[in-house]
Design a binder for this molecule. Structure first.
Ligand code: C2E
Ligand code: CA
Ligand code: CA
Ligand code: CA
Length: 275
């Protein structure tokens, strides 16, 4: 039995080594991906259900790995954050999203996800200013999505950065609202333009009245603070009906469209159905 225990331990150690090895390899792959331009943005429509009109797209990153195929952001963003590689990746996202949006009509916005690591990096303001001016994109057409974790630590610093971004004129949205450690009190002190209500409140909204009540509370609060709301992960028409009744006019989700290529997004704007 003693002998068995020892070999189990060795096996465990070996397992850890494999994991560390995989991480190191992925870090190298990520570095190469940045150099060789293996990333691609897909775009998911943001839909104003009251005016029945597309108001913009959210850019969602994909990694076209040379051997492994397409890798979802959920499988590489956290490693990119831990290694700091999210900063150059995020810079590429800003430039590429601004370039793409500059090809679209003036009333179509682009939303991008900004990692907390990137948000706290020094170069963010400069990168934004350079991308906006290079592609002649009016700042109000760019919306930065940030998450609640920024409202927990270094609140003072976060506020300073948010205000400096507000000076540039870009819009700021609070992503995944309701999932984190959200304090309603914080909302009052931050200049958000939009609150994105997390998918978890939408999933059960038809069956579970408490989800609908929560959505109504959020939209009421947002309206009082002069903020827009958008519901994420909308997959059924019945969810839209309830969201509209509860004061949420903007929706995003598979019901309207999955994230699509830039080419399909442009076709979508022309009125063609996405592929
Ligand atoms: P997120 O910002 O909350 O983005 C929404 C995610 O929900 C996307 O997953 C989208 O494809 C998915 N989604 C949209 N509509 C529906 C729906 O109706 N039903 C369901 N089940 N899912 C829906 P995706 O593209 O895999 O992105 C995952 C996360 O990765 C994003 O969550 C975001 O946090 C992060 N991410 C994506 N692109 C970037 C980026 O460029 N930079 C950073 N820092 N993070 C990114
Ligand atoms: Ca987002
Ligand atoms: Ca989200
Ligand atoms: Ca989410």
């Amino acid at each position: 039995a003693k002998h068995e225990g020892k070999s189990c331990y060795r096996f465990f150690e070996q397992g850890m080594d494999d994991q560390a090895q995989k991480r190191r390899q992925m870090e190298l792959d990520l570095k190469r991906a940045i150099e060789e331009g293996q990333f691609e943005l897909h775009y998911q429509p943001l839909f104003d259900a009251q005016r029945q009109k597309i108001s913009g797209f959210e850019a969602l990153i994909r990694w076209n790995h040379p051997d492994k195929g397409t890798i979802s952001p959920i499988n590489f963003i956290s490693l990119a954050e831990e290694t700091g590689l999210i900063v150059p990746i995020g810079e590429w996202v800003i430039k590429e999203a601004c370039r793409q949006a500059s090809q679209w009509p003036d009333d179509i916005r682009i939303a991008i996800n900004v990692s907390p690591v990137q948000f706290r990096s020094n170069g963010l303001r400069t990168v934004l200013l350079q991308a906006l001016s290079r592609y002649g994109l009016p700042p109000e057409r760019l919306e930065l999505e940030i998450t609640e974790s920024l409202l927990i630590e270094n609140v003072e610093d976060t506020l300073k950065v948010l205000h400096s971004l507000r000076v540039i004129g870009v819009r700021i949205a609070l992503d995944d609202f309701g999932t984190g450690f959200s304090s309603l009190a914080y909302l009052r002190s931050f200049p958000f333009d939009k609150i994105k209500i997390d998918r978890s409140f939408v999933v059960d909204i038809v069956q579970d009245k408490s989800c609908a009540d929560i959505v109504q509370a959020i939209t009421g609060l947002a309206a009082a603070l002069g903020m827009e709301t958008l519901a994420e992960g909308v997959e059924e028409q019945e969810q839209v009906n309830i969201l509209l009744q509860r004061g949420c006019n903007n929706i995003q989700g598979y019901l309207i469209s999955r994230p699509i290529t830039a080419e399909s997004a442009s076709a979508f704007l022309e009125g063609a159905l996405p592929s």
